[in-house]
Design a protein around this ligand. Structure first.
Ligand code: UDP
Length: 237
């Protein structure tokens, strides 16, 4: 049994611990919920558990489809083991349908189907409030080289195809989502972080009802029953 050791990092929604195994980390999902780059903060009982369960399920599905990632196994309701990697400091967003900041910035009506999946890069830097950047900024900042940028885009597009298919089975439309990637100690770039209603926009296939963190962002009601609904549907696929 892997043993938890010292706390390495406490983020907005997760705590990260070292373990007695060199290349394995221990993640605890928290109930803390934030929006507006951490300006708004609340404790929502049960959220950590739901996100851990949903992320674990999604990562298992991706593994079956040949997508390499950092997830090892879920070890309790709120905890999981992951492979240690060096996070690439980019939040990579893929959009299938206009919503959120894209709608606002480019005045594209929320709900408009995009003619092709759009990939966007944001610099992971809280102090700068995660600014939107382009490929050349990524090169300039030496975050990734051209080959790696193209690989990241190829990976997120492939993951999009698998996630669309998975959520479709749960009668959910995948509007957009954010991914993070990292480099394993021996070099390869793999998917990291989490995939949950905190990091995806998920709309009910029929009613377009929000089944994601927008419920919290836009004060649309209690987030827990909404995340429970996502989990319930994913458990049936
Ligand atoms: N997203 C995220 N973390 C962030 C910002 C965005 O997981 O710090 C996700 C968000 O849930 C959505 C997608 O990325 O699924 C695109 O978000 P957008 O740029 O529209 O920003 P928002 O409207 O969430 O501020």
């Amino acid at each position: 049994m892997t043993k938890k050791s010292k706390l390495l990092y406490e983020g907005k929604a997760k705590k990260l611990y070292a373990t007695d195994e060199k290349n394995i980390l221990w993640v605890e999902y928290l109930n803390q919920t934030t929006a507006l780059n951490g300006l708004r903060k609340d404790l929502i009982q049960g959220k950590g558990e739901l996100n851990n369960q949903i992320t674990s399920l999604v990562f298992e599905y991706l593994r079956q489809r040949g997508i390499k990632h950092h997830f090892v196994e879920k070890i309790s309701k709120t905890e999981q083991l992951i492979q240690k990697l060096k996070i690439i400091p980019l939040e990579i967003v893929l959009r299938n349908v206009a919503a959120g900041s894209l709608s606002k910035r480019l005045n594209v009506e929320k709900g408009t189907q995009l003619s092709f999946p759009i990939v966007e890069f944001y610099l992971k830097k809280d102090l700068l409030k995660d600014p939107f950047i382009n490929d050349e900024h990524v090169l300039m900042l030496k975050i990734a080289n051209l080959e790696e940028i193209n690989l990241l885009k190829k990976k997120i597009r492939k993951i999009n195809e698998v996630l669309i298919e998975m959520f479709q089975k749960a009668k959910i439309k995948l509007i957009d989502f954010k991914l993070e990637f990292g480099k394993l100690p021996d070099g390869p770039i793999v998917l990291a972080d989490e995939i949950s209603p905190d990091t995806c926009r998920l709309w009910d296939e029929i009613t377009n009802e929000h089944l994601d963190k927008d419920v919290y962002r836009y004060n649309l009601g209690n987030l827990v029953p909404v995340y429970q609904e996502v989990l319930k549907r994913l458990l049936t696929i």
